[in-house]
Design a binder for this molecule. Structure first.
Ligand code: PMP
Length: 434
């Protein structure tokens, strides 16, 4: 049955699926960090639904919350009417948001995916400013619908000005750290202020506080504050895409808290639905120039997702799981960095909280682009991913060259599990390097 399911799926579904092709698993049961395949094998799942499962698979508080709605006889589909379930969700969500932001914010349910909320954010700032251009960054990922795709560098039909996202490793300016970030910021200012740059009047700037799909690139806090100053002084709304970084993932409940930046719009999805589809934008109420009916969507009222999300947000808050993610993430980063001495294929280890990336390179090959760092090694990266799988560890690849092993374990990870993840990855690298 197992082989048959994989074979039929491979025939019926487009090869456009990415990780599914490299992970020949038929999951039948899951709990916490662990997935069990139809073949009886168990895996440590560090993909976590692309960062969605803050509490891991099937956490009891999430299951209880879903069952409670099911047993209550409440309607499951009510478009976006007010319900007690929705009231509980918005109350809990606003309690977790930075105070200066939440005190003067409105929420708009979008949905059901992160990309829908990104689209709504663009639409909102365009309506509010009367301008149309968008500012986005190199290495960004915001989704697969037209506007979000354009902001991710994948479509040309929406007017997006691409600005440099600071990077320590393989920095395009040849300098990482604070200086590289300062140069990136000055570049942004000069593009915005140069009438000849061809930049259309920007309706908003969208930024990920830590780029996920782009290869786990944490933005320096000082640079984030510069972006806030640059946009505020030019009346450009700042949109923080916290679809992947939210709900404790980076070691703060929301990643903007690291820099103290108060954005104008926050785009939230993934973990806020506690494993079910849910996406919202929360924004400064002055931006709320939308007329009734200006934004619609059939699936904006998913009651089960709201209940699962409320339980997840409350559990992360009550158990201080963001702080736990910071401690555990720092330890995993240190352990992975220590491995670099034995594994020359590790070019870089970076991340924030439990959003971790290990960049794999070919140490024998000559550096490219006049830089000093070894070039990325996509063949090795796939080999490491396969060796991980053989050892019962699920990881995803990301980054411009798909050479960054991404770890997004649940925030409920135990110390022992964290050690097991690092050990299995080390073994996989040793096997793939040969
Ligand atoms: N923004 C960010 C930062 C993301 O990581 C993602 C998904 N990986 C999205 C937007 C799009 O979300 P979705 O896949 O639910 O449309």
């Amino acid at each position: 049955a197992y082989e048959g399911i994989l074979r039929r799926q491979a025939m019926r579904e487009s090869a456009a699926r990415t990780y599914a092709r490299s992970l020949p698993i038929v999951p039948v049961r899951a709990r916490g960090l662990t997935i069990e395949g139809a073949d009886g094998r168990r895996y440590l799942d560090c993909l976590s639904g692309a960062g969605t499962l803050a509490l891991g698979h099937n956490h009891p508080v999430v299951l209880e919350a879903i069952k409670k709605v099911l047993d209550s006889g409440a309607p499951l589909h009510v478009l976006d009417l007010a319900t007690p379930v929705k009231d509980a969700f918005t109350t809990e969500l606003f309690a977790t948001l930075p105070r200066e932001f939440a005190d003067n914010a409105r929420i708009q349910f979008c949905g059901p995916a992160g990309t829908d909320a990104v689209e709504a954010a663009f639409k909102l700032v365009r309506a509010a400013t009367g301008r149309s251009g968008l500012l986005a960054f190199t290495g960004a990922y915001h989704g697969m619908t037209a506007g979000a795709l354009a902001a991710s560098g994948g479509a040309e039909d929406v007017r997006v000005t691409r600005l440099p996202y600071p990077q320590d490793y393989r920095c395009p300016f040849g300098i990482g750290g604070e200086r590289g970030a300062q140069i990136a910021a000055r570049w942004t200012e000069s593009v915005l202020d140069d009438p000849k740059s061809g930049t259309p009047a920007p309706a908003g700037m969208i930024v990920e506080p830590v780029q996920g799909e782009g290869g786990v690139n944490p933005a320096p806090d000082g640079w984030m504050r510069r972006m806030r100053d640059i946009t505020a002084s030019r009346s450009i709304p700042l949109i923080a895409d916290e679809v992947q970084t939210g709900v404790g993932r980076t070691g703060a409940f929301w990643a903007v808290e690291h820099s103290g930046v108060v954005p104008d719009v926050m785009v939230l999805s993934k973990a806020i639905g506690g494993s079910l589809p849910l996406a919202v934008i929360v924004y400064r109420s002055e931006l709320d120039t939308w007329q009734p009916g200006a934004h619609a969507g059939t699936f904006r009222g998913n009651q089960l997702a709201m209940a699962a999300g409320t339980a997840t947000l409350a559990h992360v808050r009550e158990n201080r799981l963001a702080e736990r993610a910071a401690v555990l993430g720092a330890r995993m980063l240190a352990n992975l960095r220590a491995l670099a001495a034995d594994h020359p294929c590790i070019g870089d280890v970076r991340g924030r909280g439990l959003m971790i990336g290990v960049e794999l390179v070919d140490p024998e090959a000559a550096p490219v682009d006049g830089g000093s760092e070894a070039p990325p090694d996509p063949v090795l990266a796939v080999a490491v991913q396969q060796e991980c799988l053989r050892r019962g560890l699920i990881v995803e690849l990301g980054g411009r060259h798909s050479t960054v092993v991404r770890l997004l374990p649940p925030l409920t990870l135990t110390d022992e599990q964290a050690t097991a993840v690092v050990d299995r990855l080390a073994d996989a690298m040793a096997a793939a390097e040969r």
